[in-house]
Write a protein that binds this ligand. Sequence first.
Ligand code: ZN
Length: 183
Amino acid sequence: MHLYCRLFIHGLSIGLSSLALAAMPALAHEQRAHVHGTAKLNIAMEGKTLILALESPMESLLGFEHAPHNPQEQAVVNALKQQLSTPDQLFDLPGKAGCKSTAITLASPLFEDKFHTHNGHHADLDAEFVYECSQSSQSSRLKGLNVRLFEQFPHLRKIDVQIVAGQTRKIIRLVPGQNRVTW
Ligand SMILES: [Zn+2]
């Protein structure tokens, strides 16, 4: 209902997507938009290291983004943390590319114990998934991946994806039913 009714601009986006942005200086000062129902995914592959950086309003993932009001909402937040700690359920990488998840970083005000929200405040998730693969992005065995976030998060309607892999620079938009990223 209130999918697009609130637009909140955060500070400058730096950090997480720095690898991708280094290759795209024009976007370096892009502001970060907080639009419910959407998310951003930055895919960067350098050598055999693959980094998937997801930036999303918590509303897109949970259906709410206030501090949990009751044990049920706390359980939903805990379940999300669990879900994000299982990247196999979020991204399908080709088996023959031999990619292993080596690090996961999850950051959100909702994951902090002392988080209190007031009406109208927003909260994001910043997640980073790092893989080490046996193939590089040049290899025909690793030319893309499937994003399974729509299956996992029904509130999510759109993902803007930025890809920097080898010589490839690409920006694409995923919607439910269209979840394939190639480079
Ligand atoms: Zn919000």
